[in-house]
Design a binder for this molecule. Structure first.
Ligand SMILES: C[S@@+](CC[C@H](N)C(=O)[O-])C[C@H]1O[C@@H](n2cnc3c(N)ncnc32)[C@H](O)[C@@H]1O
Length: 362
């Protein structure tokens, strides 16, 4: 039997790398995944550690799990992840800060994650992992040190390269290199990899074997537009009333809302709320016999034509992130849009993985 690829992800979200591996027909096992569902705990890291010591608990993972459960906040990321991938409670972690990677030493081929873009102002300047303590990047890098994967992929916003006049990136790159990895990085735009979304993201690939030269995938010509990703019919709730119609067609707000563009702007966590994001105009002829739509939607004029405007549906947003329709959408609308906007474009991940598989024998 062929060996399965062993992957581990952190800040796992809804699993773009898992989707990419599915599309590439690569057999894989999830060694672990980790996401805190954007829930903020009241206690600081030190307080949690201190309270754990004083408690009856023997296992910090169980203690932290209960802290998150006590917040009573819904765990929609976890719900989405469990609905779509082969995972169980033992391999799922609610917070990277309490994930002990030592138990997974040499058990992971490929480690993937993109820490949320938070302030890096606490990063020191002397170099080395300890300088980044207190950031979620530190936790990401600490796990590389503990697990020693054959390769890692780190994703973030392109602004990371410019932050603090380039100093933050210099430190981060130094940390990766000090951990013994050969590091390559590049900003990739999903519209160069087959998806009509203008989304630039920094990708970092680290390889343990110093004799291996990784190259980022070359851009391809885009031959699809947003219209190729639309559903035939979407729920009526997606249609805009008068205020919405007038807002999204007002050139004053063109940086926020756009209608009928071939290439959509970057999907964001707040997309489709307060008229942020990309919208679709449908000519009146198409909807004139649909009473349900006309009861809700405002019929207006867009570029000289009469019609209605609607949001992109969650499924369409997922398709425009490269997720196949096999992906099950199991959460309510606010988290569904949010999770799509937070994710990584699957097609870009696929192309990066293809290049990685050419040079690293897993
Ligand atoms: C920008 S999103 C990345 C999503 C992922 N790349 C995907 O494919 O869907 C960042 C994720 O980190 C999670 N997160 C934030 N703080 C965390 C922590 N302390 N431990 C684990 N996950 C955390 C958030 O809940 C969020 O899902």
């Amino acid at each position: 039997m062929k060996k399965k690829l062993k992957i581990a992800t952190v800040f796992s979200g809804i699993g773009a790398p898992e989707q990419a591996l599915n599309k590439l027909n690569v057999d894989y096992d999830i060694v672990f995944a980790c996401d805190n569902d954007e829930i903020e705990l009241k206690e600081t890291l030190d307080e949690i550690k201190e309270n754990f010591k004083k408690s009856e608990y023997k296992d910090i993972k169980k203690y932290v799990n209960d802290l998150y459960s006590n917040t009573k906040k819904p765990k929609y990321v976890k719900q989405a992840y469990f609905a779509n991938y082969d995972i169980d409670e033992n391999r799922w972690y609610p917070d990277i800060r309490f994930l002990d990677g030592k138990q997974y030493k040499d058990k992971v081929d490929l480690y993937i994650g993109g820490s949320p873009c938070q302030s890096f102002s606490i990063i020191g300047k002397r170099g080395g992992l300890e300088d980044t303590r207190g950031t979620l990047f530190y936790e990401y890098a600490r796990l590389i040190k503990e697990i020693q994967p054959k390769a890692f992929i780190y994703e973030n916003v392109p602004g990371m390269l410019m932050h603090d006049k380039g100093n933050t990136w210099k430190i981060i790159k130094d940390v990766f290199e000090s951990l013994g990895y050969n590091v390559k990085y590049q900003i990739l735009n999903s519209k160069d990899y087959g998806i009509p979304q203008d989304r630039r993201r920094l990708f970092v690939v680290g390889i343990k074997d110093k004799n291996v030269e990784f190259e980022f995938p070359k851009p391809k010509k885009l031959n699809k537009t947003m219209f190729d990703y639309l559903e035939k019919k979407v729920e009526t709730k997606h249609y805009l009333g008068k205020k919405g119609f007038e807002f999204v067609t007002n050139p004053k707000y063109k940086n926020r809302a756009r209608v009928n563009k071939d290439i959509i702007q970057t999907e964001k966590a707040n997309q489709q709320f307060n008229w942020n994001g990309d919208f679709v105009f449908e000519e009146y002829d198409k909807v004139k016999n649909n009473k349900e739509i006309l009861d809700r939607a405002y019929v207006g004029i867009f570029e000289g034509k009469k019609g209605v405007i609607r949001q992109l549906s969650y499924r369409e947003c997922m398709r425009l992130m490269g997720f196949s329709d096999k992906y099950k959408i199991v959460v309510p609308n606010v988290p569904a849009y949010r999770q799509a906007g937070n994710s990584i474009v699957v097609n870009v991940m696929e192309e990066v993985l293809k290049e990685l598989f050419k040079v690293v024998k897993f």
